[in-house]
Design a protein around this ligand. Structure first.
Ligand code: PNS
Length: 170
């Protein structure tokens, strides 16, 4: 059965910061869905390096010439945000077996909360399989170079942030 409209997809996350592994997931998602909304969680419950608005701004900057990608921040339940966005597909990257349990629980809980939702798991770029936002924060905080691991807009702001505050990695 063909669908009259392609479903809208949301790629949610903390994105503290957004890195090239995330970029690759968005790229793959765009092969399946005509439009992807990157949903930046506002209150991560962790000590974020960047405020949600800053995280969203950097991602927006990266996609400024890609109209198929929209960037929004959200608070509260993801399924409520999905409904506000008129989207039914959640995109998540799954890097390793260690991600599985958490991702599986989230997918089932989201479906329980809002049955029309479907979670689509995409495989990461193998060259950066090891990459995580936590590692990026740690490397930058210790003076390491993350060129090529995060978009340029993100790298510049990260370096400034850690130079200014000398914040230890969260
Ligand atoms: O990048 P992260 O931190 O793994 O992303 C986690 C995220 C944002 C997808 C998840 O924490 C989330 O959806 N939070 C919103 C709150 C919510 O809806 N919780 C119930 C679903 S399990």
């Amino acid at each position: 059965m063909t669908q009259p409209h392609a479903p809208r997809a949301v790629f949610p996350g903390s994105f503290d910061p957004f890195h090239v592994g995330h970029v690759a997931i968005v790229e793959r998602a765009l092969r399946i869905f005509p439009q992807v909304v990157v949903g930046v969680l506002q209150n991560t419950g962790k000590d974020s390096v960047f405020e949600a608005d800053e995280r969203a701004e950097m991602i927006r900057e990266h996609y400024r010439d890609t109209p198929a990608v929209e960037v929004r921040s959200f608070d509260g339940l993801l399924v409520n945000f999905m409904q506000d966005m008129n989207a039914t597909i959640i995109i998540r990257g799954m890097r390793a077996v260690s991600d599985f349990e958490y991702e599986f629980q989230m997918a089932l809980m989201n479906r329980r909360l809002w049955p029309p939702v479907e979670t689509v798991f995409l495989t990461p770029k193998e060259e950066v399989l090891y990459l995580s936002s936590r590692l990026v924060r740690e490397v930058v905080a210790l003076g390491g170079d993350v060129t090529g691991l995060v978009p340029d807009a993100v790298r510049q702001r990260l370096e400034i942030r850690f130079r200014e505050t000398n914040t230890p990695p969260g």
